[in-house]
Design a binder for this molecule. Structure first.
Ligand code: SAM
Length: 295
């Protein structure tokens, strides 16, 4: 490998951008990292080695990609912005274990990409400084597609990271917390100041690690219905669980069935959705399903 200047320094980043006449697109969430310490923190959290693969979403000008290539066996980076492809080709030229894929990660056939690019790797982690405008769709797609992932280590908006890691009974706990915690174990790695980006985003950022579960923490009879019950329970946060469920699943004719069903699931009707654990939602959705209540 040739000895090259690190990409993620303010000077190198400005040089690369000026040389290629690149202008940032806010609509693509382009806030590039210019801080070596933060990049190392992200890569360290992913526990990579030469037997592991890394999928990066949105490599930008390759600052994180370079660090990943130094640790992982192979790196695949998916970038939507065509203008960045020649820059990536040039700056990552010293590395032989990087594959850059031009496309929208939400439209890319990820199972096919994994089969092609990560065959022979023991495990794969997603490591990225995500474009904030699509954080949730990207993460939910990665988790729901049940890709063979070990972990996901990503820079996201601090407020979204807090919601993902929130426990029942807190103001941040909601449908996103439950969906993420059903598939993974979240851990907040660090809070990140604005100054490590160029241009600086106007929201606070954090690095979060989602350790992907081999199987969900609860077994439910019908996954789709389980999530429907959760969504209904948070439809109006200030309403009780009984009132939210009533509006979504019951009619005038059968609404007196609800209290006995809540009792069977050992849930007080006056509680609010934000106080129920994943286990309680699993119990509740199975009890409703068995009673023939449908979404
Ligand atoms: N990884 C670089 C860094 O840390 O300096 C850039 C991160 S920047 C926050 C987000 C990157 O994601 C940009 O390069 C942007 O063009 C790219 N991007 C935005 N939407 C995307 C999508 N749907 N699919 C793939 N890449 C996307």
């Amino acid at each position: 490998m040739k000895n090259i200047d690190e990409i993620a320094t303010p000077r190198r980043t400005k040089e690369i951008i000026a040389k290629h006449g690149f202008s940032f697109k806010k609509s693509l969430g382009q806030n590039f990292l210019i801080d070596q310490n933060i990049l190392h923190k992200i890569v360290d959290a992913a526990d990579l080695d030469e037997h592991k693969g890394a999928l990066e979403i949105g490599p930008g000008i390759g600052a994180l990609t370079e660090k990943l290539a130094q640790r992982a066996g192979t790196v695949t980076a998916v970038e939507i912005d065509q203008r960045l492809i020649p820059i990536l080709t040039e700056v990552l030229e010293p590395y032989s274990n990087i594959y850059v894929h031009h496309g929208d990660v939400l439209k890319t056939d990820l199972p096919e990409l994994f089969a092609k690019n990560f065959a022979g790797m023991d495990k794969v982690s997603v490591v990225a400084n995500l474009p904030y405008y699509v954080t949730t769709p990207i993460l939910m797609r990665l988790l729901e597609e049940k890709l063979p992932l070990d972990s996901i280590v990503v820079m996201i908006q601090k407020e979204v990271a807090e919601r993902m890691a929130a426990s029942p009974g807190t103001k941040d706990y909601g449908t996103l917390s439950i969906a993420v915690q059903y598939y993974s174990e979240p851990e907040l790695v660090c809070i990140v100041p604005h100054t490590v980006f160029i241009p600086q985003p106007n929201v606070e950022s954090a690095v979060i690690k989602l350790k992907v579960r081999e199987k969900p923490p609860v077994e439910v009879k019908d996954e789709k219905f389980f999530f429907e019950v959760i969504h209904a329970s948070f439809a109006q946060r200030r309403k009780t669980i009984a009132n939210n469920l009533k509006s979504r699943f019951f009619t005038k004719e059968n609404r007196d069935q609800l209290e006995p069903l809540l009792e069977a699931a050992e849930i007080e009707p006056a509680r609010r959705g934000e106080t129920l654990s994943i286990e309680e939602y699993a119990r509740l959705s199975d009890v409703l399903l068995e009673a023939g209540i449908k979404g």
